[in-house]
Design a protein around this ligand. Structure first.
Ligand SMILES: [Zn+2]
Length: 92
C-alpha cells in the first residue's frame, strides 16, 4: 500500500514522498490501525520498486483480515496456511 497515517503529523502521507528522516517515524494503516513498515524504493530483479508501506504482524483477526494487507493476496494456498499454523503452535 502507498498511503498511511503518519502518527507524528496525524495526516495521510504517500510512501513516495517520505524523506530519509521519516523512515524512523510511526505509520499506521487507516483501516486496521496496524503499525506499518515503510520500505524504501529499491531495485528488484532489475526493476525499480517504489516506496511502500507494509503491515507488521497482525495481533488480532481484524488486523489479519485487513483488505489493505498485501500478504492476503498470497495467503490462499493450503501450504502457507499450514506453515502459519505450525508457527502459532510453536509460539504457544
Ligand atoms: Zn491494515
Amino acid at each position: 500500500m502507498h498511503k498511511a497515517r503518519y502518527i507524528r503529523t496525524g495526516s495521510i502521507v504517500l510512501a513516495s514522498t517520505m524523506k530519509s528522516g521519516d523512515y524512523f517515524g510511526i505509520f499506521q494503516c487507516e483501516h486496521c490501525k496496524t503499525d506499518l513498515i515503510l520500505t524504501q524504493e529499491h531495485k528488484r530483479h532489475g526493476k525499480i520498486v517504489s516506496a511502500f508501506f507494509k503491515h507488521r504482524e497482525a495481533e488480532n483477526d481484524f488486523q489479519k483480515r485487513c483488505p489493505l494487507r498485501v500478504e492476503n493476496n498470497s495467503d490462499k494456498s493450503n501450504k502457507e496456511k499450514k506453515s502459519n499454523k505450525s508457527k502459532e503452535l510453536q509460539s504457544v
